[in-house]
Design a protein around this ligand. Structure first.
Ligand code: PEP
Ligand code: MG
Length: 548
């Protein structure tokens, strides 16, 4: 038995035999073309069209956000700039295969250099290139194996085209050596509830070797013992029971309500979130609507998206975050691309304050959508670091007609100033993804510092408690909307620290609902105190487990 560490996505556990992703194609030779430029160009054009058509067809079958991703890949295949670059290489004597390989690689490198969300799209581009080259060679594209029995898929990273069509009856779990918690594999695994551990680094597993994939504990165990298998099966059965439990409102064992809300990036996910028992929306990431826009969106186009989201939750709370541009979420129309250190640059509320017309338009669109619907709209600003930013945002939003106006606490300074900030803001929502990143000085996208990126760290827990205390002192609610809220035991700790609502990926709602029902408020406080009194993330988790 050996243990491999990575980043677990979700809370699942699964055991099964390994099957590796079909390997990548051998790189094409750079020998000059023997058949001439016209024939090479015709071959590329046919291959590109075939690949784009296949990606679009897969997207249509998959639906949902997978369809958006696959259609974006189809567009990459047919991108005119890439086509020009391929044609120029063929004119200079390259074969079709080599020209595609070189042109796509160059473009992928450019994306990677940009980093953040665009950097992560470089893998999508490499996948498109492989598909085109496979088509030119007349061989199957590298992809998901079909061993004929359920298996644990092991891959370098999964391209969206693979993840979207995974047969969930056959794929018990996914392990990737590359990719971080925001890679496509992670996003889609979270959305589809696939057991996954990503970013393990190099691993040595043979086809058919038995592995236990333990996402809740960020690990993969090769050749697990009988006891480990039995324990995994118990946890799997408990999870299945949680998924099948009635969709009651979030509450502790003593009846203390803890509303469970959804994190959403588009109104398209609203119906599914409601079906999974979301009692509202705790974080609508509006910037996800505009990641590829070159221009600031109009009031009209925004109003329609917001109206759709609010209309899906009549009478319910919907917390909308105004555009959070910068670092991992660059928006071409708001972000300064030349910053050396964008995570510490003019991002979030700083970018909006600098371009106040964009903020005014968004708040205007939100106020209009609010007037047309019956949801209880709350609006908050990202990356608030000071009391003056709080005063700026809350007074502008109120001036433009928004009724409930708050801030996200994602920067340690705002946790330290929570009492003062919550004297002005109507509420606070703690974004643990960034709060941990800034508290630990560990880039949330970087696999090499993932061990420092745990919201269990007592440094983060102490800051969260300060915010909850600041809320209580001012009689204002404090929620959590970072990934921490999706970890069932940590959710209990957060409530014990004084947090009153939890917002998460909808696929995590069932696990968290069940975990809360197992403890009273007094117990949650005791468990939180045990975690707080430790000196490391591992100790905090262990202490909470022991106390629970
Ligand atoms: C966070 O930082 O925890 C958060 C919820 O915002 P995002 O993940 O979108 O940065
Ligand atoms: Mg954030």
């Amino acid at each position: 038995m050996a243990e491999i560490h990575g980043v677990g996505i979700g809370q699942g556990v699964a055991v099964g035999p390994v099957a590796h992703m079909a390997g990548r194609l051998a790189p094409p030779s750079d020998a000059p073309s023997a058949r001439g430029a016209d024939a090479e160009k015709a071959a590329v054009s046919e291959a590109v069209q075939a690949v784009a058509a296949e990606l679009n067809a897969r997207g249509e079958r998959a639906g949902g956000s997978a369809q958006d991703v696959l259609e974006a890949q189809a567009m990459m295949a047919e991108d005119p700039t890439l086509a020009d670059s391929v044609a120029a290489r063929i004119d200079a004597g390259s074969t079709a295969e080599y020209a595609v390989h070189a042109a796509f690689a160059e473009f992928a490198e450019q994306l990677q250099a940009l980093g953040g969300y665009l950097g992560e799209r470089a893998a999508d581009l490499a996948d498109v290139a492989q598909r085109v080259i496979a088509h030119l060679r007349g061989v199957p594209a590298p992809g998901v194996p079909e061993p004929g029995h359920p298996f644990v898929l092991v891959a370098e990273d999964l391209a969206p085209a693979d993840t979207a069509l995974l047969d969930l009856e056959q794929v018990l779990a996914v392990v990737t050596t590359e990719g971080g918690p925001t890679s496509h594999t992670a996003i889609l695994a979270r959305e589809k509830g696939i057991v996954a551990v990503v970013g393990t680094g190099d691993i040595d597993l043979a086809d058919n070797q038995s592995v236990l994939v333990d996402a809740a504990n960020d690990r993969v165990v090769s050749d697990p013992t009988d006891d480990e298998r039995a324990e995994a099966e118990e946890r799997r059965a408990a999870r299945a029971a949680a998924q099948a439990a009635p969709l009651t409102p979030g509450a502790l064992a003593d009846g203390t309500p803890v509303p469970l809300l959804a994190n959403l990036g588009s109104p398209d996910g609203a119906a599914e979130a409601a079906a999974l028992g979301a009692e509202g929306v705790g974080l609508f990431r509006t910037e996800f609507l505009f990641l590829s826009s070159d221009e600031a969106p109009s009031v009209e186009s925004q109003r329609e998206s917001y109206r759709r989201m609010l209309a899906a939750f009549p009478g319910r709370k919907v917390v909308v975050r105004v555009l959070d541009a910068g670092a991992d979420k660059p928006l071409p129309f708001l972000t300064d691309a030349d910053e050396e250190n964008p995570a510490l640059g003019r991002r979030g509320i700083r970018a909006l304050q600098h371009r106040e017309n964009v903020l005014r338009d968004q708040l205007t669109a939100l106020a209009q959508a609010d007037a047309e619907t019956d949801a209880d709209l709350w609006v908050m600003a990202p990356m608030v670091a000071t009391t003056s930013e709080t005063e700026y945002f809350t007074s502008l939003a109120r001036e433009l007609g928004l009724k409930t106006v708050g801030v996200m606490v994602e920067v340690p300074s705002s946790a330290l100033l929570a009492s003062e900030i919550l004297a002005t803001a109507d509420f606070a929502s703690i974004g643990t993804n960034d709060l941990v990143q800034y508290t630990m000085a560990a880039d949330r996208l970087l696999g090499s510092v993932a061990h420092l990126q745990s919201p269990w760290h007592p440094a983060a827990l102490r800051l969260i408690k300060m915010v909850a205390d600041g809320g209580r002192a001012n009689g204002k609610p404090v929620g959590v909307c970072g990934e921490a809220a999706a970890d069932p035991l940590l959710a209990v700790v957060l409530v014990g620290l004084g947090v009153s609502t939890l917002s998460m990926s909808p696929s995590a709602l069932a696990d968290v609902r069940q975990a809360l029902l197992a403890h009273t408020l007094d117990e949650a406080r005791r468990i939180a105190a045990a975690a707080l009194a430790t000196g490391s993330a591992d100790e905090a988790r262990e202490a909470a487990r022991a106390a629970a």
